[in-house]
Write a protein that binds this ligand. Sequence first.
Ligand code: C2O
Ligand code: CU
Length: 457
Amino acid sequence: MSFSRRLFLQSAAALSVLPKLAWASGQDLVAQTAMQQIAPDGFPETPIWSYGGGVPGAEIRLSQSARLRRKLVNDLPQPTTVHWHGIRIDNAMDGVPGLTQDVVAPGEAFQYDFVVPDAGTYWYHAHNRSVEQVARGLYGPLIVEESEAPDVDHDLTLMLDDWRLDPETAKIVDDFDNGHDQSHAGRLGNLVSVNGRFDPTYPVARGDRLRLRLINASNARIYDLALDGLAGWIVALDGMPLEMPLAIEDGFPLAPAQRADLVVDVLADPSAVASLVSREREGGFGLARFPVSGKAGKARQSGITPLPPNPLPKLVLDGAPLHRMVLQGGAMRWLESAQLGETRLSGRELAQLGRFWALNGYADRPQEPFLNTPLGSVHRIEFVNETAFPHAMHLHGHHFRLVLPDGSLGPWRDTVLVERGQTRQIALVADNPGSWLLHCHMLGHAASGMMSWFRVT
Ligand code: C2O
Ligand code: CU
């Protein structure tokens, strides 16, 4: 027997109780093993790695400009670190082993302590052997509240993940370094969860206005999302407010690590069920369901106002140097050769070492940074995807703007999806000093070559 979505959909019909995300062990973030019912009821619980005993880890919520302090305590059999994805953070707190800190060995601890400059939807996740550690459940939401939040009836965080579970035991299949996955689309699962649960339900009332904070914590899955019985706008991407909210007319993509904040109204009739839908080639299926009850109390004006802007730098392109980053390798376009450390190796030798990809000819984080820049300068980076697969390119410590084909500036993001064969340009103000990673957020791709860095001094 195998995990079929239809089967899951049916077996989950009776599901009504949500996993409680509350977790109270003070200000420690304990990385520990745990058991969780991820597959539908009737299947066994899944052994996971977690922050504090459940996946996702407890939602960290604080107000803009507040200070976040969490002591990571490593109770796992493997060294780990925490990366605070999308936070324009103090470099020493960025959680990158070998670049910003040492790994935290089993039994040891590390104090994270930083200020969150921007309101919005972020997340935290393990950044050591993330191809394994994130797949095992080491992630959680990090929500920074606006001083004036939009008026909504429910503010819901929905963290999407796909798991590769053994269909009999519901155990995570531990083939994290599988060369086939790494040289193709990455590790894709056979069960999609929202907030660590298959097909959860969130009761709403007709006419309710919801803020949905979508976070893609999957290793490699790109979702094509749509709404059923809900209508509204995308108001922020990767944490950053859109100047003009974007009406959701059709579907929208959410690549690994990306976030989208939606403000939507419940249009479905009472006793109907609205849903967040994942569109697939063979049709759509619901990821999360919103059973609708009678009329909401509160009458609201239709329409939407943008979220208040974050204190992002002013980005003026004039004369900003352009740096090309060529993405190469993977199945069907195998590397001819690339640099690994000091040596140049053939594609075959690299494959034997589990390296399938290269960024500008390097099959691992190079000795020298891709870009070495003084503080405050503006740069354009052009991602040239010569591979046969899409990649989700992520910069640490900075948000950037997409440079659209007509030269105008698109939304602020921290992760950009570059489709196969596509070239996409971004621009950033290098305004955060330190050494910052730049990598593909398909975690198996990062582990097998798509890793670079830049330095701001
Ligand atoms: Cu969310 Cu370097 O990662
Ligand atoms: Cu990739």
